[in-house]
Design a protein. Structure first.
Length: 681
């Protein structure tokens, strides 16, 4: 038997190649008419050739079935056209697109048709099973001609709506008129379309027209509630998105009756009441989003081991109670967002088993106790457990090896001990926020599992009890833009523990004073606190004492110089009479030359006349004595004047000599001289 089977083994590659070549030939045969329509379509569209991936490569020489974005059937007819994100900006009203009668799949999403209306000519493409016009820039009324596409299984007209910009509308025809003939639809995406219908109206239009519907997405459609129970008839529903509407109703309990429910999104829908726990127990449920429904309350049930829950979003609701220990059963959970709720108690240690976690936001609750380990969550990129009452140390091992972690926020808790040094070497970490805790130590050398530091752009360690030097590796975060060590007890840098000055020539100098304020043992720029502030005196080292010693001797030398110089000049004048007389004579000459120029009379000491002195003594005292004295003073007094015993009369501009002056041993003026001088007068 083996002998006869071997020749057939050699024939297998031959037949494979033969049928393979035949298949390639069939699929590559493009009808000329189809190719011509596609080239006309390309020429009628405006697009950016620098961004385009498909249209830019459509050329006359190539087979159209091989063009990127084009699919053909075995007969060479175009059945699929994918022009998603081709930067198309022109209109398509008169385009050859609507002549492609065999087209089954058409994707024009993520283009810019400049708020043009959806062309009614889409109704010509009756073979369409898939139509995606989402985010394509269309607006205005949705044409009734779309209801002619009776083979459609997927219809996506979603758009982003911003106040003040045109949007798609579904008023005439309304939702019921559009969907009445589209009973084969399995997916309906009308997010951002202005439907403006009441709960009973839109619910009944969908449930009566789309029995096979699996995906219903009507977010931000101006729908109102309550949600009609008729939706319960759609037993194939697996994804429901009714977020950002004004439903103003409790969450219907019948959502738990959908056997294939995988996603339920009711965010920002003004819901109220208690959320049914039954929905959380649906075994197929993967996503639950109730964010920003501030009047919805509830609690988390015990989760079964076979739970498929991957995303749980309850932020900004009134959910309360403790997190169940069975959280560890959510082994597929990758996203948990329960911020700004009323949860309390300890975070279950079983969460350490959730290896698929990517995003964790449990901030602004009333949790207490220690923080669980996330070491097993190797895909974790974001963690925020701030604004709670968590206590105890944060072991280094809790975050070790998290190579994808980008953001960690543990602020506003009561953690103590050492800041985990492993954080400063995680290769993707950009933001660390540990403010308002009781940490009292930060490692002076990071626990590096890799040779590089984390690429931090935010480091906030403010309002802790950190003390000691500022770790020197903080100066190596070259891309850091937000930095705060304020309100701690830092005292400088490790190399100079006795210096309180913030190190210069680093990027730390570029931050404002608020980054360092509240550290009483820090000084210097950018702080306004001077390092010589007497209230916090800096330590004195040897070089400072030497400088101070030199500074003191300068004053001493200056004082000695003036004292010795004065002694050499004044001493001889006091004890050497000849030198003193010589000095008086020179001073007298100098004064005799200067005073007359100022209008003062200063008789020279060499013009002595004893007769004048006698006349002064013999002047009788009469009632006119004052006038006589003035006349005598007006006359030139020819006595000997001493510079040291004379003064100037500033009003009469005369020199007044003290007759009792005897410092130069002048002979006293005798009475004889006075009497002898009287006749001459």
């Amino acid at each position: 038997m083996k002998i006869f089977q071997l020749p057939w083994l050699f024939l297998i590659p031959f037949f494979t190649a033969l049928f393979g070549i035949n298949t390639i030939l069939v699929s590559s045969q493009c009808l000329e008419g189809q190719k011509s329509l596609l080239l006309q379509l390309k020429n009628s569209l405006k697009f950016n050739s620098a961004i385009s991936v498909s249209l830019v490569n459509w050329t006359q020489t190539n087979d159209c079935c091989g063009w990127k974005g084009v699919n053909c059937d075995p007969n060479g007819r175009v059945t699929g056209l994918d022009l998603n994100s081709e930067s198309i900006s022109g209109g398509i009203n008169q385009s050859s697109l609507f002549s492609l009668q065999f087209l089954e799949n058409l994707n024009l999403a993520n283009n810019s048709f400049k708020f043009a209306q959806i062309p009614p000519s889409f109704g010509n493409l009756t073979s369409l099973r898939y139509l995606n016009l989402s985010m394509a820039g269309f607006n205005g009324q949705i044409p009734i001609e779309l209801s002619l596409l009776t083979r459609l299984a997927v219809l996506d007209l979603s758009s982003l709506y911003f106040p003040g910009t045109p949007s798609l509308q579904l008023e005439n025809p309304n939702l019921l008129t559009l969907l009445r003939n589209l009973n084969k639809l399995t997916e309906l995406h009308l997010d951002g379309v202005n439907i403006s219908a009441k709960g009973s109206g839109w619910s009944q239009a969908i449930s009566s027209s789309l029995p096979s519907l699996r995906v219903l997405s009507l977010s931000n459609c101006y729908l109102s509630g309550p949600i009609d129970i008729s939706l319960q008839n759609l037993q194939f529903l697996s994804e429901i998105n009714l977020g950002k509407n004004n439903l103003s109703a409790p969450v219907p309990e019948f959502f738990a009756s959908f056997p294939n429910l995988t996603a339920l999104s009711l965010s920002s829908s003004n819901l109220y009441g208690t959320f049914p726990e039954k929905i959380l127990r649906v075994p197929t449920l993967q996503t639950l989003d109730l964010e920003n429904n501030r009047l919805v309350d509830g609690s988390l049930p015990e989760f079964p081991r076979n739970s498929n829950l991957k995303k749980l979003v309850l932020s900004d609701t009134k959910f309360s109670g403790r997190l169940p220990d069975s959280m560890g059963n959510l082994t597929k959970l990758s996203w948990i967002e329960i911020a700004r709720c009323n949860f309390s108690g300890m975070i279950p240690t079983s969460m350490a088993n959730l290896t698929q976690l990517v995003y964790v936001d449990m901030s602004s609750n009333m949790f207490n106790g220690p923080i669980p380990s996330f070491q097993m969550s190797k895909n974790l990129s974001y963690i925020d457990i701030s604004h709670s009452n968590l206590t105890g140390p944060v072991p280094d091992t809790h975050f070790e090896g998290l190579s994808n972690l980008v953001n960690i926020n543990l602020a506003y808790n009561s953690f103590k001990g050492s800041v985990p040094s492993s954080l400063f070497s995680l290769p993707s970490l950009k933001k660390i926020q540990l403010s308002n805790n009781h940490f009292d130590e930060v490692s002076q050398s990071p626990n590096r599992s890799s040779p590089e530091l984390s690429p931090l752009d935010t480091l906030d360690l403010s309002s802790n009890k950190l003390q000691g030097p500022i770790p020197p590796y903080f100066f190596d975060f070259v891309s850091i833009s937000i930095f705060s060590l304020s309100f701690n007890n830092f005292s400088g840098i490790i190399q100079l523990e006795s210096i309180r000055r913030i190190p210069s020539s680093t990027q730390l100098q570029s931050f404002s004073e608020t980054s360092f304020e509240g550290n009483e043992r820090l000084c210097g720029p950018p702080l306004n606190t001077s390092c010589s502030n007497p209230s916090t005196p800096p330590s004195v080292n040897k070089s400072d004492s030497v400088l101070r010693t030199v500074f003191d001797w300068q004053f001493i030398y200056t004082g000695l110089g003036f004292g010795i110089g004065a002694g050499f000049i004044v001493g001889p004048l006091m004890f050497w009479k000849k030198l003193s007389n010589c000095c008086d004579e020179h001073i007298e000459r100098f004064v005799w030359k200067i005073l007359p120029t100022l209008g003062f009379i200063f008789p020279c000491c060499n013009d002595v006349n004893d007769e004048a002195e006698d006349n002064i003594d013999e002047v009788p005292l009469t009632e006119d004595s004052d006038e006589d004295d003035d006349e005598m003073e007006d006359k030139t007094f020819m006595g000997r004047y001493c510079v040291f015993c004379s003064k100037l009369d500033i009003y009469r501009k005369k020199v007044i000599h003290d007759p009792k002056c005897c410092c130069h041993e002048l002979p006293p003026i005798s009475s004889s001289s006075t009497s002898s001088s009287s006749p001459s007068k």
